[in-house]
Design a protein around this ligand. Sequence first.
Ligand code: SF4
Ligand code: SF4
Length: 485
Amino acid sequence: MHVRVAPRSRRIDVLQWPVIGSFLRWRHARTALQISLLAVSLLVVVDGLLASHVDPTDFATTITWVHYRGLLVVALLAAGNLFCAGCPFVLVRDAGRRIAPPKFAFPRWLRTKWVAIALFAAVLFCYELFDLWALPRATAWLVLAYFGAALAVDLVFTGATFCKYLCPIGQFNFVASLCSPLELRIKEADTCHTCRTVDCIKGTRSAETPGVVLQRGCELRLFLPSKVGNMDCTLCLDCVHACPHDNIALAGRLPGAELTDPRRRSGIGRLTKRWDIAALVVLFTFGSLMNAFGMIAPAQAVEAWISRTFGFASEAPALAAVFAAVLVAAPLVLLGSGAQITRQVARDRIHSATQIAVNYTYALVPFGFGVWLAHYGFHLLTGALTIVPVTQRAAINLFHQAALGPPMWRLTGMRPGAVFPIQVGFILLGTMGSLAAAYQITEREYPDRVIAALAPWIALIAWLAAVALWILTQPMEMRGTGLLG
Ligand code: SF4
Ligand code: SF4
């Protein structure tokens, strides 16, 4: 068993920090976070259901599509998967399981990311097709659908089935958290070697009544001594609370370094053998471009041209064609070409082109994350203060009086021009991260032919960066920042 340990010399353990560490080690820290997010979710649902059909400046739409998404990526960049840690769906699910505990294991053949990938793509598609950012009621129903789905799935199947195999938000967070600066890992390998109870995975059981679980272990099936990186970790801290030897640290690390780590991971296996996770990374990366592209004028022009050319009467088929081009055809052509060239120039007779493409796909994560940060960060920074007037108006809608004062619509956020350099910075940072990851993968796979084997991937990543920067320079719709006008 290979054991991954926080190196002693430069060990950072957030769990030992004053205040933050004390809070995280508090047994009810997660519940406190979940209750906070549950309260916000309920406000979104109530406000959204009471709001008019279309209103991009409503509380439900603004909080969901501007603040929630923006803070989610900022948290992933600054710390890790905090929004899975505070997930309110899991709180409701846990309450439901007290009444009706699940009895079935999720079928083995479904224990992949393929269904989640389809759901993730469907959410991106529906967001563009229906302009969900402007629809309070639809947003409220989407939140309710999430609660219902998590509850329905996890009342039937044991463990964290919904989180690990189905939740689109969770998959987004899992991939982005590969670039986060913190991860949970063990402190001392010897302690785990001599550990007889392995509570971090099994949970802590009552000595008097062994059937009673006092503290659950990892529901995502990540065994800490052989856990590598953040994939599938919801940062729930159940393992920390369960370990009887206080042997788990929330350790600092080099963001993205795990992308090139070929070791077998507990609960996952080797990344290079997980084609479904590679496909998820493709969706994450090219989806970031698709989501940003959908906001600019040329996207409308392309859709209109497709509709005219093929005689489509509605937007859906034209949008589906754009999605297919960006999310399926472009990755197949780009990654396939890169892999074929590398295979030729490196004279690789062992690996198939598909396997080479899978190996290098993981290098795209930092770039994709940079684009998501640039996009969601734009909305967050230009609309940060809108939380004040939309909350004031929500109070008026709910209580029929200005309980929080008249809405101060002049409060918005930074000017788009001032945010532009920050967006460029995120894209360049992500691009450099992807180039570094591609270099390390090449050194690992082709140490004798690094430059030749790496060249197509430098070209591919540079081309993607140029596309992302081009999208940034196009006029964007002021989604969620309509208050500017
Ligand atoms: S319970 Fe703690 S000491 Fe035992 S294997 Fe898990 S992390 Fe290691
Ligand atoms: S390793 Fe498992 S138990 Fe520990 S924080 Fe991650 S998901 Fe939770």
